[in-house]
Design a protein around this ligand. Structure first.
Ligand SMILES: [Mg+2]
Length: 130
């Protein structure tokens, strides 16, 4: 891992570029923000699903699939909270990266392994719909 800052409240100094670097950064952020206490794998899986549900709720509330908007009020964080389906799906990605970093999984190797297999599969294997 290169350039990931691990001290409390320190801003990210180097932008991660690979999936594994992003996972390490997310895990580092989780550590600094106290999210790494009492981790339970099954609960983390359910949190993945929660983000998908939040994305669905954005659509149910009338927002477009590609729409990103900000909440009207400025939160304690000093900036308006970004909202929308893409934001909920990036929350999903962040949570997924957190799980993978926490478990010590090599995302690059996993992607290479699974996509190598996927490339060998026939066109629309199983004749299922998308
Ligand atoms: Mg969310």
């Amino acid at each position: 891992m290169k350039g990931i800052v691990s001290d409390l409240n320190a801003p990210m100094r180097v932008v991660p570029t690979t999936p594994d670097e992003w996972a390490a950064y997310v895990n580092d952020w989780c550590e600094r923000k106290g999210w790494n206490r009492d981790l339970v794998f099954e609960k983390m899986l359910m949190n993945l699903h929660s983000e998908i549900t939040e994305a669905r709720e954005e659509i149910r509330n009338g927002h477009g699939i590609d729409e990103i908007y900000s909440s009207a009020t400025i939160a304690d964080e000093g900036m308006a909270k970004p909202e929308g389906v893409p934001i909920e799906l990036v929350d999903l990605l962040i949570r997924l990266l957190h799980i993978m970093a926490w478990r010590g999984w090599n995302i690059q190797a996993l992607l290479e392994t699974k996509m190598a297999y996927n490339e060998k599969r026939p066109f629309r294997h199983g004749n299922k719909t998308c």
